[in-house]
Design a protein around this ligand. Structure first.
Ligand code: SF4
Ligand code: SF4
Length: 87
């Protein structure tokens, strides 16, 4: 008997750049530390004070915001692997 496999189509976001950094607002206390430590100033505060990746093109995914956040409220997505077959 063949199992039914639900096909969940995951549509790529039109602006995947925004997913370089994810903010967990439930944990974020809006202290701005991540914004202050971002070396490229890619983060800004939104109208409620939560960090938002306003300039995704500036984000180098250095990990500084994640490292400095005292509440583990911001996560940097892993960088895409470069195509390399060298082993
Ligand atoms: S990963 Fe680095 S460059 Fe990107 S938002 Fe965080 S601190 Fe800024
Ligand atoms: S450092 Fe963490 S808690 Fe502070 S504003 Fe950034 S994500 Fe929120």
């Amino acid at each position: 008997m063949a199992d039914k496999v639900s096909q969940t189509q995951v549509n790529p976001k039109p602006n995947q750049e925004e997913e370089k950094v994810h903010v967990f607002e439930a944990w974020c206390k809006r202290c701005d530390i991540c914004i202050a430590f971002c070396p490229t100033k890619a983060l800004t505060a939104d109208k409620d004070g939560y960090p938002v990746l306003t300039y995704p093109e500036k984000c180098t995914q250095c990990g500084m915001c994640e490292l400095r956040c005292p509440d583990f409220a911001i996560a940097v997505r892993p960088r895409k692997k470069k195509a390399s077959s060298k082993g």
